[in-house]
Design a protein around this ligand. Structure first.
Ligand SMILES: Nc1ncnc2c1ncn2[C@@H]1O[C@H](COP(=O)(O)OP(=O)(O)OP(=O)(O)O)[C@@H](O)[C@H]1O
Ligand code: SF4
Length: 271
């Protein structure tokens, strides 16, 4: 990555990807985590920066919620999720005294912490840094994008659910990206159909295809659908790697295909 920023901590990071959603609870942290795991399975070294200050759920999803970060000369050392050190994570969850503590801060304090997270984490060499943001398009998003701008992020992955109300919020995300000059890598439709735990048949309980239609309308790539899969919920709750546990599932195929498109785009942008 051609860095023009003044922080050395991101100079070893090849590609930065922001994960955004217009609404809360649509599965942004889930998609961030699964993309990171899929990239790791593809042999990449991945960092995750969880700037969702009010709902830092990734430490639990990766089963490292009891770990602590410590300081080194160049800032915080992120938590390594595996022994091979192929996934590292920094989250406000590691700085709270108790996991259930709430971060009740006003905007300026949150923005200052986000800037610190972006400049002061010693990531080392990474192929990808995935930045999981809070829902919406608030001040915190502007701070995140502005602080990352010198490091030329690859772009944003927008997560939506199939319902019209969530799709409408993604339209706002698209406008946000355009205004801030942040490229859109593509849209992911999450909770798209329900995978029956008995027969693994996928049923479209909500309307389907809204994410794809919106992508076509906006002229941005559609990266794919991830179904609502109880096995995925369960593995995330237990902090297990879904891709390792369910390699024959259709959900596995969907997640790996999304990660592959990101890899293809990254290699296009590097060449
Ligand atoms: N495709 C899916 N299949 C099964 N469960 C899912 C799926 N996507 C998300 N979930 C579950 O839905 C819940 C909310 O997901 P998640 O925390 O990823 O949402 P979010 O958009 O990041 O939320 P927030 O607004 O708090 O940041 C979690 O319990 C997660 O395990
Ligand atoms: S999809 Fe089939 S197995 Fe699953 S609940 Fe419906 S009828 Fe039963």
């Amino acid at each position: 990555m051609e860095s023009e920023g003044d922080s050395n901590n991101l100079s070893g990071v090849q590609h930065i990807i922001l994960v955004l959603s217009g609404k809360g609870g649509v599965g942004k942290s889930t998609i961030s985590t699964e993309i990171a795991l899929a990239l790791r399975h593809a042999g990449k070294k991945v960092g995750i920066l969880d700037v969702d200050l009010c709902g830092p759920s990734i430490p639990r999803m990766l089963n490292v919620h009891n770990m602590n970060v410590h300081q080194c000369d160049s800032g915080w050392v992120p938590v390594f999720v595996d022994q091979e050190k192929s996934i590292s994570l920094m989250s406000i969850g590691f700085l709270l005294e108790r996991p259930d503590d709430a971060v009740v801060w006003r905007g300026p304090k949150k923005n200052a912490l986000i800037k610190q997270f972006i400049s002061d984490v010693a990531w080392g060499e990474l192929d990808f840094l995935i930045v999981d943001t809070p829902p919406g398009t608030s001040d915190e998003h502007i701070s995140t994008v502005e602080a990352l701008r010198p490091f030329r992020p690859m772009g944003a992955v927008l997560v939506t659910t199939p319902q019209a109300v969530s799709i409408g919020d993604v339209r706002r995300e698209l406008t946000f990206c355009k205004k801030l000059g942040l490229p859109v890598i593509g849209i992911v439709e999450n909770m798209s159909g329900f995978v029956c735990p008995h027969c693994t048949e996928c049923t479209n309980i909500f309307s389907k295809g809204g994410g794809e239609e919106l992508a076509k309308y906006a002229g941005v790539p559609f990266l794919g659908c991830v179904p609502l899969d109880p096995s995925l919920t369960q593995t995330l709750e237990l902090g297990k790697d879904f891709l390792q546990e369910f390699p024959k599932s259709s959900t596995y195929t969907s997640i790996v295909s999304i990660a592959q498109q990101i890899l293809d785009k990254a290699s296009d942008s590097s060449s």
